[in-house]
Design a protein around this ligand. Sequence first.
Ligand code: LLP
Length: 434
Amino acid sequence: MHRFRYQGEALFVEETDAAGLAERYGTPLYVYSAGTIVDHYERLLSSLRALNPLICYAVKANSNLALLRLLASRGSGFDLVSGGELYRILRAGGDPARSTFAGVGKTAQEIKEALEAGIYSFVVESREELEVIDRVAARLGKRAPVALRVNPDVGARTHAKVKTGVAESKFGISPEEIEGLYRQLPHFSHVSLRGIQFHIGSQIRDVEPFEEAVRRVIPLVEIARDRFGAEFFDIGGGLGIAYEEALQSGDPGWWESKAQWATPAHYAERLLPLLGPLKLRIIVEPGRLLVGNAGILLTRVLYRKNRPQKKFVIVDAGMNDLVRPALYGSFHQIVPVARRSGEWVEADVVGPVCESGDCFAASRRMAPVESGDLLAIFSTGAYGFSMASQYNSRPRPAEVLVDGANHRLIRLRESYEDLVRGEGIDEGEIAPGL
Ligand code: LLP
């Protein structure tokens, strides 16, 4: 459930008028609802309360410092995947001792930084990585806490590019290989096995794949607990959100009509009986669930273009600002910020970037819209700004966080100067980095 609604014909973010934000800060503009983020966090926490869970928010979904601070202030830990994300956590006042570090390609330098920061656990994705962690820890005179990431070979119905739990994907270690690693673990004198993790993919709408993965991994978890004293079982992230009816999903009644979905309540109801008896700390790593429907991208219509074959609505946001539709063909609901009367049309909503793939919606039934109008692209809080680029030399958008009737700018719109930062033309103009 989220807090974006029409009051009369005007779209509001909590108690703040969306058009006013666009006037003040310009477009394209990412706008987030703090209340929605906190609500999603609290809902997940209370659904899993019986397990005394640790929620490690997946920073990659949206790594703005203000959002990280908001979640840290509620007690959230973090799931991070790079030295840069660790840096952000530390800058935002997040606690590394409540954070895990995953990813198939951690460098020795990143491992060192995380060990020095006091990371709760690495999530190890290969034997070779384990060797490097052991070596780095030995050099620092430390013992590195590690979890092994199991690839449970469970297919989830989601986009191929975000499916991670099948044997063909690069993620995790097969159950057979984990058993081999268990035998070798005593030789790694600078690591201690703290847990087992899996993550089967993203935007998963039904509970079955999670349940199946938990069942498959439990035998390995029990060995980790009984033989090595492991203390946690991390069941990853991946809970899906509403994209098709994003606006409607702000309404509690809408959720009741989707009882078969992997909502936090449904997810917990099915997993609790499996996880409770393990008597371990349970970690979840949601990204999209917490922030996806807590963000919209405001964009202004620049032009309309009507051809006999097709109508186009050309907006000032592009695929550099929001790449999901171009990259995954993903659907985002697009609604007017001020509803007007008139005829609905079928049109492509496209951006200014010089690629045909720069298209937010193809042949979409659109509410009446004119040049100069504002549109809101829904469900863009997750993997929106965090995947934005400067392609076509377009400065990245500003970000605003709304809390009730208050709001604040949490990222300045980039300038042309930002586009060329770090570049140099003449010899000696820039000092080489290390
Ligand atoms: N944990 C791990 C180890 C992950 O790799 C991910 C996401 C998550 C947690 C969080 O998953 P979530 O709860 O957000 O589904 N850019 C794509 C999504 C990529 C997800 C990558 N890993 C998109 O825009 O749909």
